[in-house]
Design a protein around this ligand. Sequence first.
Ligand code: ADP
Ligand code: ZN
Ligand code: ZN
Length: 673
Amino acid sequence: MTPLLLSCPMKTILRIAVDSPLRQSFDYLPPADFRAELAKPGMRVKVPWRNKTTVGMLLEITNSSTVPSHKLKQAEAILDHSPILPPSLMKLASWAADYYQHPIGEVLLGCLPALLKTSRALPDLAMQPQNELVQNKALNLNTYQQQAINDFNNAAGFQTFLLEGVTGSGKTEVYLQIIAKKIQANQQALILVPEIGLTPQTVARFAERFAVPIAVLHSGLNERERLQAWQQAKNGQAAIIIGTRSAIFAPLLNPGVIIIDEEHDLSFKQQSGFRYSARDLAIIRGQFENIPVILGSATPSLESLANVKRKRYQHLILPIRAGTAEQPTFRVIDIRNQYLEENLSPQLLQAISQHLAQKNQVLLFLNRRGFAPVIICHSCGWVAKCKRCDARLTLHQQPKRLMCHHCDAQQVIPIQCEHCQNKQIIALGVGTERLEKALTKHFPETAIIRIDRDSTRRKGSMQKMLQDIHTGNSQILIGTQMLTKGHHFPAVTLVGIIDADHYLFSQDFRASERLGQLLIQVSGRAGRAEKPGEVLIQTHHPDHPALQALIHKGYSFFAETLLKERHTTQLPPFSHMALLRAEAVISEAPLQFLQEAAKHIRKIFDAEKIFLLGPMPAPMEKKAGRYRAQLFIQIEKRKLLQQLLKELLDHLDKQKTNRKVRWSIDVDPLEIF
Ligand code: ADP
Ligand code: ZN
Ligand code: ZN
């Protein structure tokens, strides 16, 4: 049904995006002093909204509206003299809103620093003097690095490159030399990294090489700092912009290259609200800006490898470590029937002693924070569970309490069983705190440092710990995932993977890929300088094929095997997925809602072309007091998926009966449980 066009055709209408969860734009009459020749898309407009005013973004100036003109409200003022967002960013935001099925207003206003979501004018920035490039520190490239740079230089305009280089192969050096050329040509480089707060080294390396202004954009900034960095990117003052995920929406005056470092990393996908992938948007932005995009990783995602095979990306390979460092050797420790001292096998303990005796550092990886993941009554088997989640409570000793890692609920540690009042309560399993305690007992003379979300909560503590590691004050490093990303610990020669089994058995079809990436990334911290590295992997499944392929044949072979599997099973990247999630306080409501949705999909779409999995309860059905369910939608062709989602969401948006159910759509989901 097409609505009638009721307005007079000569009227001027402003189509405006407003920060609202509604999936639409809003039409307004122009303000009293409006001059059409001065107004441009990308300018902010102050408009009446509900009983207040708000700041929206001008999308277009048009002549007609589906809303009758006597019902149109008048905008109050155009706030900018020139577009605050450049046309290419406006285009990127609309593309993203469309693709991820997210309200355009939230996407566009989300591109602005908070201080600009008001009527405030863009402040004047004092121009800093442009400094000279410091080029003399550039390293002599090895032949592979040189080849990669030559290939890069041979392409013009938009092209995506996958820079696959083993850990320590000198990818960063390749970025630096590519960036140097862009800066000489007066262009800007946008670099996205997984986490900045955790890896201050990254920014330091850029700052060391180039004396140009660098804008750093990440979640740790206050609003004034963010506005300033944003403006420096926008007016071209910053030649280099380094940021996390959301920096993909940073305005650039004269972009020359976009680099996504550690492109396989999950943090590039936003997991709530506007669920975009900054990596995928980088490629779209590269097209719109007509500039090259580099995806770099030692362990590329299967998606990117598939795109290399389809000849969409150009493959640049660095197969050896730069300088003198060699790849670490792997050894699997079969822990079946072994006596374990808090999860540590005799072989691992012995290896730790040896490496310590040689004055080297040891890194132990355990992705489980806290003291123990379970406490259980020795008399009746009662287990402490979270009241708001389908989850057990983790025992923490520093400070002492029980914590739910899913909803952050906290409790005092019970002195007796809630069920039978017995006082014998046992802590089962080993977390990082317990591992630290065991190692302290075993190596009383050795300084041990534990890096996880708990130990680094205080501002600056991470930096302090990294310093301790680099000065050699600490010899044993225990860490969760936090310690695996991008760090460079030259003195670490032994990496121990405490528990590989956890990753071998998961319902997520991406689990093997994650295991491979994780093992290679953690191992990459070992032997990065002159001393050779060794990696020990503890497992009850030493013969697991994925593990064997990975350690004997390397990541490329491993990834190749996984890609074949995905092809056979028609899973992404050989099909496209969206995940419709629903949650409610009432347990049946989410499933009912999704059943309705599935019914509608079957009505509007040819059943042969699509595959629906579910609706089903989420693996952890109850979280933070709400029941959750999900429906997978899988289609071979991306276009068809887009078409289906559009029609489905139109329908769901109209369902007024389902106010009690919160739902969301995740296009190209990465974490599916
Ligand atoms: P990646 O980013 O691939 O992990 P890096 O760029 O951090 O690797 O390089 C690893 C180490 O090798 C760094 O210490 C770096 O300075 C050094 N390096 C890189 N390229 C060269 C080169 N061509 N010659 C000598 N050392 C190099
Ligand atoms: Zn009991
Ligand atoms: Zn909980």
